[in-house]
Ligand binder design. Structure first.
Ligand code: GDG
Length: 690
């Protein structure tokens, strides 16, 4: 593809480089950017997380899967390095096409550093169903890694749907299955189905040229990397069963099994090799005569031209993986049927089965069924063989690998996808089951949640529509509204300006509202003098538009106006000063917050309000919704896990503990409208005990 179109190939050279050794990066029409890997990387990233965790899990074989945190850490680290090299070499690329399960986090690293990049991903292996995928302790991270792309491609529809199910159920993302679009906060990704093809003409040509080898018996051919997903032992047993059920094939048919050595550093692969050796010995021992052995087993690789000759001359191809993303061997066999047409026996667990319907499809776990299919293939008349092969050849010639590339790149270059704003029906689906007919208690952050983020806090005013939506909720007798903000209590009360709400200022250190005793955390007295000192110290470093907001016991150091390249330095200095003065530093949107380290945060504040207002059995009386956009809201999400419906608004650059994400302030308004307009509940929050 790159030879024809130009571009940059970014990849691990496939070998460990010795000190001072370099990879040749010269290629005719394209550039090469190597990502070198060390010994630990190869062990933990490649043989470890890629091939001991993702490979078996994604092939729905959890029994073979290991979850090792150190492997995961190295996987993330190597993915970040790939992103770094990609950004250095392909900063101006029109499209970066990322391949396969080894690089599922790379898009996320690239997106964070390069929000405008156009990223597309293709997964060559299956994507497993929700119930299997969620076994992975890093399920969220892997999904988020991919959703950083503009386009995520799969081999067949089934895998694409599995992926959308997981995004919806594990991340709480919005999914439009018809349009095949996923929205997770402010990220929107298109999902597509792109069944991979082969270089059809090349295989056909090689089959025509390949030398003929004399073969006395009829041949049933298997060609695989030696891998437990390929079902080689099951295939040998099915062949044995054929000889039991149909003895007429004894002496006349052989199973020629080629197994290419693969991943032999992984124990499972070594064990599989011994298992196959033993099995071949058993079956041959049982049936062989002085002139015939039923199984010819070759553990090595062959030049492609020779392979094409073997494909051409095989009467039957036995492609029976237990699970396979696509399987190219099935397609290559078909391309090589240039004279007497053979028969393809194909596992229904291979992606290829979705399109190659004319093959004899089998369940590889069903030995009798597979044996009968081989028998049928060996006894099929020429007319039927020719019809089946012709139909598959037509399709594979048309949908060859070049067509696949075209199709994928065209989709990758399409305009960015978007979903319609969240509808009442979707909100209903998310909330109805939870809210039922309970009274509701709403907790809302202010900046970035009820108003868009602006250059200066004083400019963050509620829009008319948002105020109406808010009042539509707070006017209801069955709904209480609390505003939970990092602003000082007086400031937040004044800027919202509605008397009947509960206000929690300073991340909940100060609380006030109807039917609730005014609260001020008892330890704050110790921080009054210190806050003044810290204020002085922060002001002393506040240049280039940086400034300090004094909020009584807490402070915020704002850096939104500082030139972007220097923001990190300012943040770092501010964090150091805060720590020095005995404060806890927390990153916020273009700001660093200084908070007294007294174990109090928005999560505890919310719990305090709930207990104060509704008593210790509050969860029997009200349902709780919390909406926030900030890192400090994560404390509330963590506290409320399992106790409330939580929403994180805005950028998906950081992970969240919230159940769902909302893209922007407008989506929050729609949510408030839904709450405001839902049917009235009979009880008020304080009376009810449902
Ligand atoms: C992954 C997915 C998906 C085999 N023996 C020899 C040899 N081969 C070649 C075959 C074929 C390739 O290896 C195997 O491809 P598969 O598709 O069967 O399987 P994976 O390697 O697991 O590939 C798979 C694929 O990605 C593409 O998206 O179809 O589902 O698992 O091309 O011809 N080639 C030579 N000598 C051999 O002895 N030259």
């Amino acid at each position: 593809m790159l030879r024809r179109r130009g571009g940059t190939w970014i990849g691990w050279p496939g070998v460990e480089l010795k000190k001072g050794e370099r990879v040749s990066t010269r290629a005719d029409a394209y550039r090469i950017a190597p990502v070198p890997l060390g010994e630990t990387d190869i062990a933990r990233y490649y043989h470890g997380f890629s091939n001991r965790t993702l490979w078996p899990l994604f092939h729905s074989l959890p029994g073979h899967t290991q979850f090792v945190r150190k492997d995961w850490n190295v996987y993330a680290d190597v993915n970040e390095r790939f992103a770094g090299v990609a950004m250095r070499h392909a900063r101006d690329a029109k499209l970066v096409w990322i391949h396969d399960y080894h690089l599922m986090l790379t898009p996320e690293f690239m997106r964070r550093a390069h929000p405008e990049a156009r990223l597309a991903f293709f997964l060559h292996i299956p994507f497993p169903p929700f119930d299997i995928f969620r076994l992975c302790p890093w399920d969220k991270e892997l999904l988020r890694g991919l959703i950083a792309c503009d386009l995520i491609g799969f081999q067949i529809e089934n895998y694409a749907h599995n992926f959308m199910d997981c995004a919806e159920q594990i991340l709480g993302a919005r999914v439009d299955r018809e349009a095949m679009i996923i929205e997770d906060g402010d990220r929107v990704a298109r999902v597509g189905v792109f069944p991979i093809g082969i270089e059809f003409d090349l295989f056909q040509e090689q089959a025509m040229k390949a030398r003929r080898e004399s073969q006395r018996e009829r041949v049933v051919l298997g060609v695989d990397r030696l891998d437990y997903t390929k079902g080689i032992p099951e295939r040998i047993r099915a062949f044995e069963r054929l000889l039991e059920l149909h003895p007429r094939h004894k002496g006349n048919v052989v199973l020629l099994q080629l197994a290419v050595p693969s991943r032999s550093q992984v124990t499972e692969y070594r064990e599989l090799k011994s298992e196959i050796d033993e099995l071949v010995g058993q079956v041959n021992g049982r049936f062989a005569t002085s002139t015939w052995s039923p199984i010819r087993y070759l553990y090595r690789s062959f030049p492609q031209e020779r392979l094409c000759g073997l494909y051409r001359d095989a009467d039957v191809a036995l492609v029976t993986p237990l699970r396979d993303g696509m399987n190219l061997v099935a397609k290559e066999y078909v391309a090589c049927q240039v004279d007497d047409p053979g028969v393809l026996v194909l596992s229904r667990m291979a992606g290829a089965a979705e399109t190659m319907r004319e093959a004899l499809q089998v369940n590889p776990f069903d030995l009798d069924g597979t044996a009968e299919a081989i028998h049928r293939a060996l006894t099929m008349d020429e007319e039927e063989r020719a019809s089946r092969i012709a139909a598959m050849r037509r399709r594979e010639r048309r949908d060859d690998v070049e067509a696949w590339v075209e199709h994928f790149l065209a989709a990758g270059n399409e305009e960015a996808a978007h979903l319609d704003p969240i509808s009442e029906r979707e909100l209903q689906q998310w909330l109805r089951g939870y809210v039922k007919s309970y009274p509701l208690c709403l907790f809302l952050d202010y900046d970035g949640t009820l108003t868009p983020l602006v250059s200066h806090p004083s400019k963050a005013k509620l829009s008319k529509e948002m105020r109406e939506a808010l009042m539509g909720c707070s006017r209801r007798v069955d709904t209480d509204v609390s505003i939970v903000s990092g602003r000082a209590l007086d400031d937040i009360r004044k800027i919202v300006g509605e008397p009947n709400l509960v206000y929690a200022g300073n991340h909940g250190l100060e609380i006030e509202g109807p039917e609730i005793a005014r609260f001020r955390h008892q330890d704050l007295v110790h921080y009054e003098a210190r806050a003044l000192e810290l204020f002085g110290a922060l002001e002393a470093i506040a240049n280039e538009g940086a400034w300090t907001e004094a909020k009584g016991p807490t402070l915020t150091f704002h850096i939104r106006e500082v030139p972007e390249a220097r923001q990190a330095r300012y943040a770092q200095k501010a964090r150091a000063l805060m720590t020095e003065h005995g404060y806890q530093a927390r990153d916020a949107h273009a700001a660093v917050e200084a908070r007294p380290p007294i174990g109090w945060d928005k999560g505890r504040a919310v719990l305090h309000i709930l207990r104060e207002r509704y008593g210790p059995n509050w969860s029997e009386r009200v349902r709780v919704i919390y909406v926030g956009d900030d890192q400090t809201d994560e404390d509330a999400f963590r506290f409320l896990a399992g106790l409330a419906m939580t929403f994180r608004v805005g950028s998906a650059d950081t992970p969240t503990g919230a159940l769902h994400r909302l893209p922007d302030v407008e989506a929050v308004r729609r949510l408030l409208d839904w709450v405001g307009m839902r049917p009235l509940t009979e009880a008020t929050p304080t009376q009810s005990s449902l």
